[in-house]
Design a binder for this molecule. Structure first.
Ligand SMILES: Cc1ncc(COP(=O)(O)O)c(C=O)c1O
Length: 394
């Protein structure tokens, strides 16, 4: 079965990129756009419209867009940003380059998203912001977190890197609620550019700081916040500009994401229906998720049973693996135990206690990447082999 698995991004994205890029190159158009015009502007407008945020900044990665978001908040020494212990590290590691530090909160095990209760428990007088990751494309409903943020004067940052096209249950797009929202356009993502990231913001003055951080020259000179525009020549010394060819590929990525979103949702329904009676495998269905990747929760009685299950799946050629994303607490940078030199003073000093995250991550399994209705038969075959596996081992 493994040999037949499709690979992402699909050929049609490569063809679209090739066409857009070759037309651009044949016309000898600029390969550096310091003013953010042309395809960069088009891409920014596209994301601004999608996320319903007025200000958009294309960056060379999701990580640099996240750094720009944190820089825009003008965090001070000792300030704290609460984020989920179950996320990709870049949701929080750019804070290493600010005087602030991350505080890892636990997840709600029913959704896999940041738990509002845990956020409350992590609040201190130094908390300045909350970062929410819509992991695997499941929107984290923000009602409670928004109340906490409003009552405590905190910013909300939405990491939408997995969630292109996802909506909250009220129909609003992810990215539309936070003071800042970030999308990664890295190759594996739903709307790939190869490498790239988008920052969306609501407040112009804050956005100007983000521009000044990584877009010195034309864009930094034209920010409207007076004091910052004096730094136009140098900005804050970093260069986070997107390559125009990446912007063109990003536009092809936008089309790809739009095309397959409804199909991925139908595949998700197939998974949900097929596994509805399973006692071993649980799948979380959500009507407006983007389903970046399909993840199952394996209800094993012990880690030994879990390892046995993966070993048997492997013997049978069933592509089921433990999900590769580990809790942030397992990474040396977040352990509080590694010398980080000068940076350490503002960083983490004690490991976080996040039992729900540990249990959730331990049970999470990855299914192969499938995204089109053409993959339904393959998906049904896989689901049948999982149910057979369950019958055989329980
Ligand atoms: C949740 C999340 N946030 C941020 C990033 C960083 O994006 P990039 O790889 O474009 O820097 C990723 C990348 O995988 C991610 O998964």
């Amino acid at each position: 079965m493994q040999g037949d698995l499709p690979s992402w991004p699909p050929s049609e994205w490569y063809s679209d990129c090739a066409e857009r890029c070759s037309t651009y190159l044949r016309n000898e158009l600029p390969l550096s756009l310091p003013d953010g015009s042309g395809p960069i502007q088009q891409l920014e407008q596209e994301y601004s419209k999608q996320a319903r945020q007025p200000f958009a900044l294309a960056c060379n990665s999701g990580t640099s867009a996240l750094h720009s978001a944190y820089f825009a908040l003008d965090l001070g020494p000792g300030d704290e940003v609460i984020g989920s212990a179950y996320s990709f590290h870049s949701s929080l590691t750019p804070l290493l380059h600010t005087p602030a530090r991350p505080v890892l909160a636990d997840i709600d095990p029913t959704t896999g998203g940041l738990s509002a209760e845990s956020v409350l428990a992590c609040l201190t007088g130094r908390t300045r912001a909350i970062t929410v990751t819509h992991m695997y494309g499941y929107p984290v409903e923000l009602d409670e977190i928004r109340i906490i943020a409003t009552e405590n004067n905190l910013y909300i940052i939405e990491d939408c890197s997995h969630a292109h096209g996802a909506q909250f249950l009220n129909g609003m797009p992810v990215g539309s609620i936070g003071d800042a929202a970030v999308f990664s356009l890295q190759e594996s993502k739903l709307a790939p550019a190869g490498e790239g990231g988008l920052l969306l913001m609501r407040d112009e003055e804050m956005f100007d700081r983000a521009v000044a951080l990584g877009h010195f020259g034309h864009r930094a000179r034209h920010v409207s916040t007076g004091a910052l525009s004096q730094l136009g020549d140098t900005g804050f010394g970093l260069k986070y500009r997107m390559h125009p060819l990446a912007a063109l590929c990003g536009l092809a990525g936008v089309e790809l994401a739009k095309k397959y979103l409804p199909e991925r949702r139908i595949l998700a329904e197939i998974i949900s229906r097929s596994l509805s009676e399973s006692r071993l495998f649980r799948f979380r269905w959500h009507p407006t998720a983007s389903y970046y990747l399909f993840r199952l929760s394996v209800n094993a009685r012990s880690s030994q049973e879990l390892s046995q299950l993966y070993a048997t799946a492997d013997d049978r050629g069933i592509p089921l693996r433990k999900a590769s994303m580990s809790p942030l607490t397992s990474l040396p940078a977040f352990s509080g135990q590694v010398e980080l030199g000068r940076l350490e003073a503002g960083w983490m000093t004690t490991p976080a206690v996040v039992p729900m995250t540990l249990e959730y991550a331990n049970q999470l399994a990855s299914m192969p990447r499938l995204w089109a209705l053409d993959h339904s038969d393959l998906l049904r075959e896989l689901l049948e082999s999982l149910l057979q596996l369950e019958r055989d081992i329980t």
